[in-house]
Design a protein around this ligand. Structure first.
Ligand SMILES: *Cc1c(COP(=O)(O)O)cnc(C)c1O
Length: 220
């Protein structure tokens, strides 16, 4: 990261997003940059908040519970981008504004129950495990239609699909596949693209890019 300030790093990623959006004839205002602060201490997060960053992402509920209550203020938006256990659904609903990792029927039910109890309704994305990778969360492509239906039955506020594509292959075809699945199910949100590949994701229709390393440097 060299000595670039938080503001400069945000500006660099934002200009990459704008350029990709322009090339794809998209409105850059449709795309939200989520700063993924997992593994980062609050001292690393504060400069980004001061520089005006609004959306932040964490991958673990417990880590977020430790870090965020003292940081949250005003219009900050907190996203859960990592795997969620059903027994943490209520804590997640209480803390996060958006949940990107809904991936099974049991979790849909746990979230619906938690939303009723907490009287909060975070937007939800279904995570799809496009490459059928056993170590990753996400439903399979064939499970997706049933899970979308389950979300509708449970009245979960489902806004889109999310993916973390296989690392060893070009990401673009996976992004295109996720976009196609979202169109089929008439979902507008597409949470895809990380530090490597966010411009590509924007060209293919991402509405939310999740960027960690390019904004914070390497995780400790
Ligand atoms: C860590 C993480 C990111 C950010 O990854 P970088 O490569 O650091 O940009 C995005 N999405 C998810 C789900 C992650 O776990």
């Amino acid at each position: 990261m060299g000595d670039a300030s938080a503001g400069e790093r945000i500006a660099a990623v934002t200009s990459g997003i704008k350029r990709a959006a322009r090339l794809a004839r998209r409105d850059p205002g449709e795309i939200r940059l989520i700063a993924v602060s997992k593994g980062q201490p609050t001292e690393a997060i504060l400069p980004l908040i001061r520089a005006g960053q609004i959306d932040f992402g964490e991958s673990k509920v417990q880590e977020a519970q430790r870090k965020w209550p003292s940081l949250l203020k005003g219009d900050l938006v907190l996203h859960l981008v990592g795997r969620l256990q059903s027994n943490k659904a209520r804590a997640a609903v209480g803390l996060f504004d958006v949940i990107h990792s809904v991936d099974r029927a049991g979790l849909v039910d746990a979230l619906a129950d938690a939303m009723a109890r907490e009287r909060r309704r975070p937007d939800c994305f279904i995570q799809v495990n496009l490459g059928d990778e056993p170590q990753k969360g996400g439903c399979t492509v064939s499970e997706l239609p049933r899970l979308v239906k389950r979300c509708a039955e449970a009245e979960l506020p489902l806004v889109g699909l999310m993916c973390v594509p296989p690392m060893d292959l070009e990401p673009a075809p996976w992004f295109a596949l996720l976009a196609k699945l979202a169109r089929r199910d008439r979902l507008e949100g597409l949470s895809m693209g990380m530090s490597v590949g966010y411009e590509t994701a924007v060209m293919i229709g991402a509405t939310h890019v999740r960027v960690g390393t390019a904004l914070f440097g390497e995780r400790v």
